[in-house]
Design a protein around this ligand. Structure first.
Ligand code: HEC
Length: 191
């Protein structure tokens, strides 16, 4: 009896296990599977769930928070401008509302959308480590390295952008490093 329970438990965990993935680069998003028009971008280091895998696209579910004042951006938490995905204005997006934000906090939502298929990672540890290395190796050449904790999450994107042209950091790694810096900023909140 006990053994049956254990096998059932293992089977259930296997069936219900979500296919969570991460990208270390910016991924293009589309409303329909066969669209060529890009309507949004998913930014690196953020978790998403793969619901379907078809040819060169994946149908994914993105979770995050929506500021009612700027409903074309999904944010990582309910108060800081850490972008998970950003969409072109006026795109009709079919958000599912999970929880209404209170006291000026943003609404918790999820969104199902098509994305380009890439070699995704199962977790974001390695890519965050690479981001830290890129930051450390490139941003401490002319002056001592400014600590991740020196700036707030909302300040890092503009601080980074004002300096990045002085470095040899590849364009395709810039969002990876911005997400790393924001998620290690002095006021970073996980929720
Ligand atoms: C080629 C040299 C050089 C590199 C590389 C460089 N910086 Fe700077 N940084 C400077 C100079 C010079 C200043 C002084 C202010 C100015 O010139 O804008 C400065 C100033 C700063 C400041 C202080 C600005 C302020 O308003 O307090 C920060 C923060 C900073 N850099 C971060 C970075 C980061 C992050 C990187 C990597 C993306 C980086 N720097 C790469 C030359 C560099």
């Amino acid at each position: 009896m006990k053994r049956i329970f254990i096998s059932l438990f293992i089977l259930a965990t296997f069936l219900w296990a979500k296919n969570i993935a991460y990208s270390d680069e910016v991924i293009s998003l589309y409303l329909n599977q066969n669209d060529t028009k890009v309507i949004g971008r998913l930014l690196p280091t953020n978790a998403f769930e793969i619901l379907k895998d078809q040819n060169d696209k994946v149908y994914i579910k993105i979770n995050g928070y929506l500021n009612p004042k700027s409903p074309s951006v999904i944010y990582f938490n309910n108060s800081q401008r850490i972008i998970v995905a950003a969409f072109s204005k006026n795109t009709k997006l079919n958000f599912s509302y999970i929880k209404k934000g209170k006291n000026g906090k943003w609404d918790q939502v999820s969104l199902k959308i098509w994305a380009d298929k890439k070699d995704f990672a199962k977790d974001n540890k390695k890519m965050l480590k690479r981001a830290k290395e890129l930051f450390t190796n490139n941003c401490g050449i002319c002056h001592t390295l400014h600590s991740e904790k020196e700036f707030n999450a909302n300040a890092w994107p503009s601080v980074f952008r004002s300096m990045v042209n002085r470095t040899g950091i590849d364009k395709k790694d810039q969002w990876l490093i911005i997400e790393y810096l924001q998620k290690n900023a002095k006021d970073f909140k996980t929720k």
